[in-house]
Ligand binder design. Structure first.
Ligand code: COA
Length: 153
């Protein structure tokens, strides 16, 4: 991701109905951390682009104080571009980079809400398994679902 990509990426995030406005604020803070210090922020941010159009992005980084665990912090594809393989390509790209850095675990946190059903299916199809859920974590009736994938070198 380059600085000039930010306006298009913010439009994409604001246009993703799954993300609440306060989540978009946090996503922007993370993007700004990356742009201020791409190598040192711990938030690797990569956009999927076709011509000038930003189709999606992924943000991932090593989980502090672990040996080889990595977090996938954010993944989003523009609503009109979903279901065409962009998200799968971004995830595979991040997993390859994590493996190159000797990472062994990729971890994703998501929500149990019905609006995230397709998202959960997306991860399960790509080898992630649910390893924990924290009942009522985000809000009453909205659990945190933690998914994990063991990355083979
Ligand atoms: C989840 C997400 C990143 C997947 O990206 P994508 O580009 O749509 O995914 P792909 O095209 O690579 O894969 C499609 C698969 O994902 C699932 N999927 C998830 N959301 C989908 C959608 N809106 N349309 C079609 N398929 C979707 C389907 O199970 C589909 O399975 P298939 O391969 O059998 O068709 C994307 O739908 C998205 O941005 N969703 C909203 C934000 C979100 O939930 N982000 C993750 C937060 S943890």
């Amino acid at each position: 991701m380059l600085k000039g990509d930010k306006p298009a990426l913010m439009t994409l995030l604001r246009g993703t109905p799954e993300f609440k406005p306060d989540e978009v604020v946090v996503a922007e803070e993370v993007i700004d951390s990356y742009l201020a210090d791409p190598a040192g922020s711990g938030y690797n941010t990569v956009v999927a682009q076709e011509g000038a159009a930003i189709k999606g992005y992924i943000c991932y980084g090593p989980t502090p104080l672990t040996e080889g665990a990595w977090d996938i912090y954010w993944l989003a594809v523009a609503p009109g571009e979903q279901g065409k393989g962009v998200g799968g390509s971004l995830l595979a790209y991040a997993e390859d980079r994590i493996k190159e850095a000797n990472g062994r675990l990729a971890i994703i946190e998501t929500s149990s809400l019905p609006s995230y059903e397709k998202t959960r299916r997306f991860y399960l199809k790509r080898g992630y398994e649910v390893i924990a859920s924290l009942p009522d974590f985000y809000a009453p009736g909205d659990d945190k679902i933690i998914l994990q994938k063991q990355l083979k070198q």
